[in-house]
Unconditional design. Sequence first.
Length: 548
Amino acid sequence: MKAACANSLWWLASGPSSVAFASALNDPDAAQERVLRVFLEKNSGTAFGREHGLPGVRTFSEFARHVPIRNYDEMQSWIDRITRGEQQVLTHDPVERLVPTSGSTVARKLIPYTASMHRELNRATGPWIFDLYRRHPRALRGVSYWAISPVSSDASQPADESSVAIGFDDDAAYLGTLRKRLIGATMAVPPLLRHIVSLEDWRYVSALLLLRRDDLSLVSIWHPFFFTLLLNVIRDSWEQLLSDIFEGQCAVMNCLPALVAAAIRLRPDSRRANELRGLSPTTVSHLWPRLEIVSCWADGHATGAARELAASLGSAEIQPKGLIATEGIISIPFRGRHPLAIRSHYLEFEDKPGSVLRASELREHQEYSVILTNGGGLCRYRLDDRVVVDGFVGRTPSIRFVGKSAQVSDRMGEKLSDGFVGAVLANLFEGAQNRPSFAMLAPDVDADGCRYTLYLSADASHEMCAKLELLLSENPHYRYCRRLSQLRPARLFRVSEDAAASYYQRLVGTGKRLGEIKPAGLSPLDGWADHLRGYYVDQRVPCTPDPK
């Protein structure tokens, strides 16, 4: 009853922002002009605003002339001033937190969060939540599993020298106090588990707490593998989990940090244990009969994993997330599509020829890169996210994530980008009944030289290997490196079912949090065969024609 009341309150509180968003969809220019006007009125007098002449700016054209488009590296000197305690650098609002996320060319980016940023996020999450519960009202009755960044590796994080707090004590805090409390009242797994450093222990405790609940109705995660990994733990530790539920115990309790162990209250539950004992640990709909919806990434490189998860859910529905980054919310699920969050941040889009367009100027089926101005002070900031317009809601474009623009692997001058590799994989698996749930291209370096290996969770053939090489050779830099024998022929590696777990384990070991590990078809890291179980596909028959 507590969860149902909290869900209902959150739903009702989200109604006004949903109504305002629905109205704005019919005139995206007007909504975006208001966002830009508020940003300029609040922040023109900052150090950044004065240096760029913002006090005299009134229109988008003037704004674009005065402020160049920048990436994080080009904004970092301003953010460094914030970390040293300087006020009103990028925003009039005080910076409450600097939120860490992974970067393309730096190990870590620090994104400023202010009160204005909180309001912008809530103007996007409100319509999403209202629409979600309107479409799935039975989800209001149960508990939820929210996985934002549920595990941290504190030992791997560098020491911080900042006058501003780094990160949030509770991942739900980025939504604000009220919403944090409402989410907390619905959680099947408390956010305190983020203090568990061991990935294996975190998985076990999360699986145990989830399995104890027969009223799980909503799962909100990032990558679909996130939930699949927990399902694998349930399958592999089934008898131990049932024993723990029956006895009110936790097999790894002695390994947990003291504050986590003290907060977990487990009571014997013979009814639930006996109920589960007659079920299969692989049938999600039996484990959680009230599960209505799983919100997760389902576009770009997450497509195959999302399809695989959907096949195991029974009647529960997969809802593809909108485009969400630490820097802001670009689109949200709404009315069956993913319209731009036009009431939150000011959005611009760069097309392939390099023209910069407003939201109302986007065209269906065309690809763009996203540029963002937000209440945290990032001004005309290049996200390096590529999107395609897949329709409209009212007059507002609906978008789908395609891939990252910036992630590049360049060992010998081949300059392979995540976007290009994404297109290669889509072509490679075109016509296949199901795309592999795991497919990642990465460089391999050994005594014979450097080459690229495709790690995939599907049977492969010599023909597939030959096609992969031909598709990669459409990149002139790759083709040139192959012709000079700087790169050896591409090859295939068939991974085992636990590839996702091993993939996450390696990246967590580098200091990344689970919540910020994004799906990628290309990894610039080598040596994946040392981390992923499987085998190289037999290449005794030539499978790579010489590039022409």
